[in-house]
Design a protein around this ligand. Structure first.
Ligand code: NDP
Length: 258
């Protein structure tokens, strides 16, 4: 896997599932100069043990950072810690991966379910992005690369076809997740607003659907395992150019209907 152009990356929700697998594949790839900051809301918990072990094994490249996307102070502290370790204060890639899935229909879920989902799946990534923005800006400004790319400065937003307004009639009947669906649609809109607002800064924004993956969230009936999904995600990330700024793609690089 060719990931050599990414010098620094922050991944939220990295202690399990897709986030963990992304840290693992990046650390094991032939990109010894890539600094990986693995965001994790509870680094000392049992559920973070595999990440801690991986970080120990690859201590030169992986740094575990306490980061709860619902807690503004935690994000501020994380950004300060990461910023101090970034070469020239430059961050190439932020992956907004952390998310929660609350299932149920509009009638079976509550206000609180919707609020929790928006807090984690929409406001979380917005807060994280705003704290890390100065480092992304610095990377874009200092990069000798022509055009936008993950080698320069990019925000990769891990979304889902469950947030696609066009696709929802096909899936809502057998997989209703009202709080998740509307929050991920909001997340998609964040991506599009940011694409417009930060174009002048040279920062690229892309939404990627990782497939239906056998993680804690995707469950045992998912179509693919995390390694396959993440290999696809990384290949797509590496291939992105300015033409895909604001795109909604799947892990194979195919466009997802809005
Ligand atoms: P998992 O449930 O396996 O993992 C979710 C991760 O998000 C965990 O690391 C979890 O940390 C973290 N997280 C949750 N809330 C917070 C928070 N407040 N602050 C920081 N981290 C948090 O999910 P997946 O790995 O399967 O999913 C990753 C992303 O991919 C999500 O955004 C999801 O919507 C998307 N996706 C997944 C699909 C699938 O089939 N799996 C399909 C489509 C999209 P903790 O251990 O502390 O809870």
């Amino acid at each position: 896997m060719a990931v050599s152009k990414i010098h620094s990356i922050v991944i939220t929700g990295a202690n399990r599932g897709l986030g963990f697998e992304m840290v693992k594949q990046l650390a094991e790839s032939r990109s010894p100069n890539c600094r990986i900051f693995a965001g994790c809301r509870d680094p000392d918990a049992a559920k973070s043990k595999s990440l801690q072990e991986l970080a120990k094994k690859h201590s030169r490249v992986i740094t575990v950072v306490k980061l709860d996307v619902t807690d503004p102070n935690s994000i501020k502290d994380a950004a300060k810690k990461v910023g101090a370790q970034l070469e020239g204060g430059r961050l190439n890639v932020l992956v907004n991966n952390a998310g929660i899935l609350i299932r149920g229909t509009m009638q079976s879920t509550t206000d609180q379910h919707v609020q929790e989902s928006f807090n984690t799946n929409v406001m979380g990534p917005v807060r994280v992005f705003k704290e890390f923005l100065p480092y992304l800006r610095a990377a874009a400004k200092a990069s000798p690369e022509q055009g936008m790319s993950c080698a320069k400065a990019a925000v990769i937003n891990i979304s889902t076809i469950g947030g696609s307004i066009a696709t929802i009639p096909e899936i809502y009947g057998f997989f209703p997740a009202f709080p998740y669906n509307i929050s991920k649609a909001g997340f998609n809109m964040f991506n599009q607003c940011a694409t417009y607002e930060f174009k002048k800064d040279g920062i690229m924004f892309v939404l990627i659907h990782p497939g239906w993956v056998r993680t804690d969230m995707g469950g045992p009936d998912g179509e693919i395992d995390a390694p396959e999904s993440v290999q696809g995600l990384l290949n797509v990330m590496n291939s992105l150019t300015e033409k895909q700024n604001g795109a909604f793609l799947d892990y194979k690089g195919n466009p997802v209907p809005w």
